[in-house]
Design a protein around this ligand. Structure first.
Ligand code: SF4
Length: 264
């Protein structure tokens, strides 16, 4: 199976998201190559072609703020019954050099056209130390922030971050965030983040960052690293039970397209 092609525009969907129901996607990334601060072994858009947190040489490749506002306005004027408007796409949305003012502008358009629809973001948590990104996130209703590992070795193998990004920095930044959900993808095979050494530290990290809840899942789509293996629903539920017991943070298991109750 091949990985998915990159998004070909700013708006995609609405998609029936396993975690965000009927969600209108807003892709802020370049459309001709994949740019991200991570190069996750499970990314269904394939390997990252430009792995960086410094986008100064790529500014011309990002969609402009004006085009983004036009695209969002047009979508919201023609599409009804959305559960979320979600910053996501095929790269890290917070990398857009005008991310904060884009969020402000989309919030205004949302307030005018569909004030009941929450803004959401799926982020890999790598830019949380940036003041402007913090300002932007504070305006987003639902923040789903990635934490796949508990130890640096697994973080480096699984997320393959750009130079200078460490797991400890991400955990410290997450401790300062408020009102967010953590997302974690579990895999086995070439990299195994279900292994006890990593899992025990990941649970400690969850306790220390204290999210509102944790969403755990495994990969259901084609991935670039053929040596990784999906973790089944039964094991995900065991991880959920243990995490809830040790942290008091609610954990939701997602498998295929539907959530599974942790006690089912
Ligand atoms: S952070 Fe997201 S977009 Fe970036 S490589 Fe990982 S899964 Fe893909």
């Amino acid at each position: 199976m091949n990985v998915l092609p990159l998004k070909q525009g700013i708006i995609y969907g609405p998609v029936d998201s396993r975690r965000l129901e009927r969600s209108l996607g807003v892709n802020l990334s370049p459309v001709t190559y994949k740019l991200c601060t991570f190069n996750c072994i499970y990314c269904h858009f394939g390997w990252t072609e430009c792995l960086t947190r410094d986008v100064s040489e790529h500014i011309k490749d990002f969609p402009t703020k004006e085009d983004i506002f036009l695209a969002v306005r047009s979508a919201l004027e023609s599409i009804a019954n959305l559960d979320y408007i979600t910053f996501s796409g095929d790269g890290e949305p917070t990398l857009h050099p005008e991310f904060e003012s884009i969020v402000e502008g989309i919030k205004k358009i949302r307030d005018e056209l569909t004030p009941e629809t929450p803004l959401a973001i799926l982020s890999n948590s790598s830019m949380l130390k940036n003041e402007s990104v913090k300002g932007a996130l504070a305006q987003i209703d639902v923040k789903i922030l990635k934490l796949d590992a508990g130890i640096e070795e697994i973080f480096q193998k699984m997320n393959k971050p750009a130079a200078g990004i460490s797991l400890q920095d991400i955990i410290e930044a997450l401790k300062k965030e408020k009102n967010f959900v953590t997302q974690t993808l579990f895999v086995k095979g070439n990299v195994d983040n279900t292994d006890e050494k990593n899992l025990a530290k990941w649970i400690k990290a969850i306790a220390s960052i204290s999210p509102k809840s944790v969403q755990i899942y495994s990969t259901d789509r084609p991935v670039p690293d053929a040596g990784i293996i999906k973790v089944g629903a039964k094991e995900l539920k065991e991880i959920a039970h243990r995490t809830e017991n040790e942290t008091n943070v609610p954990v939701e298991v997602f498998s295929i397209e539907r959530p599974i109750q942790a006690d089912s």
